[in-house]
Design a protein around this ligand. Structure first.
Ligand code: ATP
Length: 536
């Protein structure tokens, strides 16, 4: 027999080809004729095929394997579940929570129609995090019943923790298992390049789906808890650049500066200067600092990596963590090129000489002394991270603060912070712009309008000349530098569909605010006793 053995092949038990052979409903061992006698038998090492043929055995074996592969790939029933992935020869990839690629894979799986069809058990989520996935994958089912009572967006997601899904992807069967901290993807092939194509397709789809959104990456503890990664992603609807209202060409200059910087990569390389640029947006609360960053990211198609240095620490997946100097450096180094690192309220990042701060209280009471928030990051650690030579190319660092005077001069020296922009309370120009944004006139396109802020677009639109006239009247009734755009927006929200009412009542509102401000000031100067404030 042995001298007539022309070829032999062994494949392991849970390989797809074996599965295909099973589906011919053979009882193994079996002997059959197919361009030669073929014996198939199973032992602990797997399936063995032996072919006896005069001169054409290798070909017969190859044909058989090809047939099995064709059969396997065209079948409509999913193959047997791979239970022990470590014993499987099939290409397997594990995506851990905390790595950016997990976002792509999760959204991609979510977008597979067969997964959606296959399952009747869903995970219901109201978290923005999950709805973001759903939005990216465009496959979430929104349930209107729960939404109306709770005022929450509710999504049904088929990818429950603990679930396993099998679906066809191109010519291959894929098995995806969702565990609490990882996703395991097995593709029924032994060709690794197929897995890379799968990951690349997921990444491309994610980016394509996210064009209407800005991705905001948040730092997250790694599985082992000893490092931090850019893991969790919050997907935010794009804030159109046109909805940002800033005076004196600030907006135009900023955009031009950033574009010029992004376009000058070669220059930086030739001059051997790290291709990064720092911006500090400082000024009163509610004047548009955060809005600027989100609108800029949307305008330039950039992603935001958001760092909160003010919080001392927290637990994610039961792993306690806080950002310290080491993890901060790693985070700076691992942002993707051409992206924005955003540090809000940078004055709260680390202990300063001032340990307490005065916080106004509601009503008429005296301001309270509150401890300044701390983090494990030191000034030296932050300076190191900002200066790091391994920092990604084309990296914008944008810091915001309400208190520039509290910042160490080393932090904001050129090279670390190259551009400082002061945000002030609304000028007449901004007041007019804010009014226009709320009440678009009949010739305006809705394309650039900020649909998130109001239902303003449902009202019949006024003629341009009429809106301009009302905007002038509105702006003339409000003193410059008295209110933030956020306050003005708050007022206008009360008149979403009533521009005339907004103009008619604005003087009374200004007076009421002025009075409230005076009362607060008296309280702050101690002219009111605590008893006065109690009785308010
Ligand atoms: N200049 C502006 N242009 C357009 N919208 C603005 C502007 N300023 C404030 N807003 C509106 O007010 C809200 C608060 O603004 P934003 O968070 O950007 O202020 P901020 O300066 O970052 O405040 P803080 O210092 O408290 O973080 C936003 O929803 C935004 O719509």
């Amino acid at each position: 027999m042995a001298d007539r053995l022309i070829a032999a092949v062994a494949v392991r038990n849970n390989d797809g080809y074996l599965d295909a052979v099973y589906n011919f409903e053979w009882a193994l061992p079996v002997l059959f004729w197919r361009r030669g006698w073929i014996a198939a038998y199973l032992d602990e090492s797997g399936l063995t095929l032996r072919v006896w043929s005069f001169g054409r055995g290798a070909q017969a074996l190859q044909d058989l394997i090809q047939d099995a592969r064709d059969f396997y790939q065209s079948r409509t029933e999913p193959p047997a579940l791979v239970v022990d992935e470590s014993a499987s020869p099939l290409v397997t990839a594990v995506f851990e929570t905390g790595d950016m690629s997990t976002s792509w894979i999760f959204a991609y799986l979510q977008s597979q129609p067969s997964i959606m069809l296959e399952t009747s058990r869903f995970c219901v989520s109201t978290r923005q995090f999950d709805s973001g996935w759903a939005a990216a994958g465009r496959k979430a089912t929104r349930s209107s019943t729960v939404t109306s009572t709770e005022q929450l967006e509710v999504y049904s997601l088929p990818l429950r923790t603990g679930s396993t899904h099998r679906f066809r992807w191109r010519d291959y069967w894929v098995q995806a298992s969702i565990a609490p901290l990882k996703i395991t993807v097995i593709i029924h092939t032994t060709d690794k390049s197929i897995m890379f194509s799968f990951i690349e397709a997921a990444r491309a789809k994610y980016i394509e789906a996210a064009t209407a959104y800005v991705n905001v990456y948040l730092a997250q503890a790694s599985l082992t808890g000893d490092s931090m990664l850019w893991g969790r992603v919050v997907i935010k609807r794009q804030r159109p650049w046109t909805t940002l209202v800033l005076p004196n060409g600030i907006k135009e200059n900023l955009l031009a500066d950033v574009k010029e910087f992004l376009d000058s990569e070669d220059w930086y390389q030739n001059a051997d200067v790290p291709h990064r640029r720092g911006y500090l947006l400082y000024g009163q609360p509610g004047t548009g600092k955060s809005t600027t960053v989100h609108a800029l990211a949307a305008e330039l198609g950039m992603q935001i990596f958001f760092l909160s240095l003010a919080t001392p620490g927290q637990a994610i997946h039961f792993v306690p963590f806080s950002i310290d100097d080491n993890t901060l450096g790693d985070l700076f180094d691992s942002v993707i090129p051409h992206s924005i690192i955003l540090i809000e309220d940078i004055d709260c990042a680390f202990p300063s000489r001032q340990t307490h701060v005065e916080v106004p209280v509601q009503g008429l009471g005296r301001p309270k002394e509150m401890p300044l928030p701390r983090s494990a990051v030191t000034l030296a650690g932050l300076l190191n991270a900002m200066d790091s030579v391994t920092s990604q190319e084309g990296r914008l660092l944008i810091c915001t603060t309400n208190h520039i005077e509290r910042l160490d001069p080393a932090l904001i020296r050129p090279g670390r912070i190259d551009v400082k922009i002061r945000y002030s309370l609304a000028t007449t120009e901004q007041l007019k712009d804010a009014f226009h944004r709320f009440y678009p006139c009949s010739s305006d396109s809705l394309a650039g309008a900020d649909k998130s802020t109001s239902g303003a677009h449902t009202q019949p639109k006024l003629a341009r000349s009429e809106v301009e006239h009302l905007a002038l009247e509105f702006a003339a009734a409000i003193p410059q530098d008295m209110f933030s755009v956020a306050q003005i927006q708050g007022y206008l929200l009360g008149y979403k569909k009533d521009p005339f009412g907004a103009v008619a009542n604005v003087s009374a509102w200004v007076e009421a605010q002025r009075f409230g401000e005076e009362v607060r000031r008296f309280g702050k100067q101690g002219l009111l006793t605590p008893e006065d404030s109690e009785s308010d």
